[in-house]
Design a protein around this ligand. Structure first.
Ligand SMILES: *Cc1c(COP(=O)(O)O)cnc(C)c1O
Length: 371
């Protein structure tokens, strides 16, 4: 079965081999050296002065970041399930929040954000996604982050980059907290989250001794000594180290370019097959199609063509399908996926099969790669 869901992503053999190594104890020189190497590789990748690795799925890092960096009121952007999650976290911990809600195909508007800051001078943190995975949309987080810092440099900008880290080069010049997760572009199983920290975040952390298990101040103190506050997720750290070494060898610029080419070429195929891309501004991490037959296509792909793609959740349940582009994905695999989608449409008597999907995909892919 080809795994083409936007999390979890497939785990290639070189990472599976790293995950399969015998368990070592985490309070050893041996582990500290793996952890230290992983920390340095991560900092180099995300271009931030500090990074933390937590033993949790992505949501754990979202919770830890919000609790740590918001002392008064948080502004959240809800253009889907993951943006909404920040509001739910605030709600669960009785943290006052202002939520900007949009349709799930609509990215955050800059004016709304600035107006909310003007109307609520006590907002000291903002949380938003780079890619809102619910509808596969890309927020202009870099433009919004810049405007926020120009308006008030003391607002902590918390960015959920779980489906963007490792997908595209991220501008972190106005970002304080950048969140990642192991099961997306890092091609690992779920269970480790990543938090990049800016100089501003590091200074703020000094006075924010919040929480117990997810106490980022305690974590930072330990992780700067290449150890973790609690038992470390040793195999995931070893797997992450293997991924980062390989990614560095391939070159991040090459990975970003190939991801972009696969993603844009796939979007283009969908449109040429007469399908509609759902988000107004699509993210590169996934191709999201809205269609009355979305569920039929998803099931047919799984049962007849051995391809596992994702559907939608909540209000988009049964209405969309999502194809992953995160990770180091062999081009022939996505080529197989678009071909299978064309075959599905022919089985559904929507259009006659003529090999257009593969033709468009390859033309687009190579023209983007050569540009
Ligand atoms: C996957 C994902 C998360 C994290 O979800 P977990 O299931 O907790 O790992 C958060 N934000 C976005 C945008 C995601 O795609």
């Amino acid at each position: 079965m080809l795994l083409f869901t936007p999390g979890p992503t497939p785990t290639p053999e070189f990472i599976r081999n790293a995950l399969a190594l015998p368990t070592i104890h985490h309070r050893t020189q041996e582990f500290e050296s793996i952890f230290s190497e992983t920390r340095e590789l991560l900092k180099d990748m995300i271009k931030m002065p500090e990074v933390l690795m937590l033993s949790s799925s992505g949501s754990g890092a979202m919770e830890a970041s919000l609790l740590t960096f918001c002392a008064k009121k948080v502004l959240t952007i809800n253009s889907g399930k993951f943006g909404e999650r920040f509001s739910k976290i605030a709600n669960a911990f009785n943290i006052p929040y202002i939520e900007i809600t949009n349709e799930w195909d609509t990215p955050a508007g800059l004016e709304c954000v600035i107006n909310a800051l003007k109307a609520n001078p006590d907002i000291d943190a903002i949380c938003m996604q780079v890619c809102e995975s619910a509808g596969g949309l890309r927020h202009s987080y870099e433009v919004i982050a810049k405007a926020i810092k120009e308006y008030n440099k003391d607002v902590t900008v918390i960015i959920d980059a779980i489906t963007a880290m490792g997908v595209e080069p991220l501008d972190v010049s106005n970002v304080d907290v950048l969140i990642g997760g192991s099961q997306k572009a890092f091609m690992l199983p779920a269970g480790m989250s990543i938090i990049g920290l800016s100089q501003f975040a590091l200074e703020k952390l000094e006075s924010r001794n919040v929480g117990f298990y997810f106490n980022l101040k305690t974590e930072l103190k330990n992780q700067q000594k290449n150890t973790t506050a609690w038992s470390a997720p040793v195999s995931l750290a070893t797997g992450l180290c293997a991924f980062l070494k390989e990614a560095k060898k391939i070159g991040y610029e090459n990975i970003y370019k190939e991801t972009k080419a696969r993603s844009l070429a796939c979007d283009c195929v969908m449109e040429n097959l007469g399908l509609r891309i759902y988000p107004k501004i699509p993210a590169l991490a996934m191709t999201t199609v809205i269609d009355d037959d979305a569920e039929k296509v998803r099931k047919m792909l799984k049962n007849d063509f051995n391809v596992n793609i994702a559907g939608g959740q909540d209000r988009l349940k049964g209405k969309i399908f999502r194809i992953n582009h995160m990770g180091i994905i062999p081009i022939h695999e996505i080529s197989w996926v678009v071909n299978a989608i064309e075959l599905c449409l022919s089985k559904l008597k929507r259009r006659e099969f003529n090999g257009l999907a593969n033709q468009i995909f390859l033309q687009q892919y190579y023209s983007i790669m050569e540009s």
